[in-house]
Design a protein around this ligand. Structure first.
Ligand SMILES: *Cc1c(COP(=O)(O)O)cnc(C)c1O
Length: 376
């Protein structure tokens, strides 16, 4: 069976984890955590990065930093992971779901503008498949209406928009190091703070609402409860694993990109014959080979193809069920404007196996099975 995903294991992560045990510092913000934070701050580059237990947690931190309440509305695509919406619904905010652009599966800036009301406080964009949203347009809309912008860059570490790293353009950016992502720590995430006045409060929110971080730096002589907060730290054991992956980020990136390009070039003839659609990468965007998807003509063909691949021992998988159509989505939000692409495109999209060090023979086999399906 060719799985859809295999978590990235380089091999020497175990040495870093062993070192954590030797040094006897297991909780968050230790040596390995610092390595990861410095890596992010230097390589993105970013003003400030905090490690978190997950991207979900980092999104929740952003909701606290924006002081969202039940009087507020947040605009986001319906085509996203549940955490994007949960984080703000947890603060009581009402979710306004809008449509995507069919070409990139990313939020449509015109749909954002139409969904803005006097209650709107924030726009949350999702860089699907590590391909950037139209950030210039989105930031201009946000500026005009004085709104916050959060980039859910869970899939987008090492992707760029006009030369700028994703996650560093909005007021806040969030990354995921879940095992399904390019660089992993099993579970893990990061919050990037581009809104300088939020630097200190973010540390307080991360440390259960206390000024413990300032205490550790010797800035105060005891730490106390300052604000709302939670436990939003990443354990050193996870950070050690992550440090090895970030240290080899370019190697992982190149390996995935090679597979992505191979899929693209091999399946291009099917796109040219209009048998299926392939991902579209605008020229001002540099993606990170997070995902390779195809889009069939309709939901029926996707189902047939999925089953055909499964019968040939290949796991290809669909992705998000639009949030506005889900049980919770109907209670916690509403779709605004026309659903031109969200539902239909989500039913046509199929993700192919892509992971670090996938064998060329396996990729060839997947490609040949897809070609055989459409020839039959
Ligand atoms: C993976 C993902 C998340 C959740 O990440 P976790 O680290 O598992 O919390 C959130 N949003 C998007 C778009 C994702 O792809």
């Amino acid at each position: 069976m060719i799985p859809f995903n295999k978590p990235c294991v380089l091999g020497h992560e175990i040495e870093a984890i062993q070192q954590v045990l030797v040094e006897n510092k297991l909780s968050g913000n230790g040596k390995y955590g610092d390595f990861c934070i410095n890596w992010l701050e230097k390589n993105l580059p970013a003003n400030k990065a905090l490690l978190a237990p997950s991207c979900t947690a980092a999104l929740e931190m952003s909701a606290l930093l924006m002081n969202l309440t039940s009087k507020d509305e947040v605009i986001m695509p319906s085509y996203t992971f549940v955490s994007t919406a949960n984080a703000y619904a947890l603060r009581g905010a009402f979710i306004k779901f809008v449509d995507i652009d069919s070409k990139t599966m990313n939020i449509n800036p015109e749909a954002i503008e139409k969904a803005i009301t006097p209650k709107t406080k924030a726009i949350v964009v999702v860089h699907y498949a590590g391909v950037a949203c139209e950030m210039d347009k989105i930031m201009a809309i946000a500026k005009k209406h004085k709104l916050w912008v959060v980039e859910d860059a869970a899939q987008a570490l090492q992707s760029k928009y006009n030369g700028k790293s994703l996650g560093t353009i909005g007021h806040f950016g969030t990354f995921s190091f879940h095992e399904t992502k390019n660089y992993t720590s099993g579970e893990g995430g990061a919050l990037i703070i581009n809104h300088l006045p939020s630097n200190d409060r973010a540390e307080i929110i991360q440390e259960k609402g206390t000024n413990r971080s300032q205490f550790f730096r010797g800035m105060v002589d005891k730490y106390t409860w300052q604000d709302l907060g939670s436990s939003y730290l990443l354990s050193e054991i996870n950070a050690a694993y992550l440090s090895v992956q970030l240290d080899s980020a370019d190697k992982i990136f190149d390996n995935r990109m090679e597979t992505w390009n191979y899929y693209y070039n091999s399946l291009k003839p099917l796109m040219e014959k209009e048998i299926l659609e392939l991902p579209f990468i605008p020229t001002h965007i540099k993606h990170n080979a997070h995902m390779f998807y195809i889009k069939t003509k309709n939901a029926y063909i996707r189902e047939q193809l999925t089953n055909y691949l499964k019968n040939n021992n290949i796991m290809a998988v669909s992705h998000y069920v639009p949030l506005h159509s889900s049980l919770a989505g109907k209670k916690l939000g509403v779709f605004v404007g026309e659903d031109r692409y969200t539902t239909t495109d989500s039913e046509r999209l199929l993700r192919l196996p892509l992971y670090y060090d996938i064998k060329v023979e396996d990729v060839d086999y997947v490609i040949n099975c897809i070609k055989a399906f459409f020839n039959a």
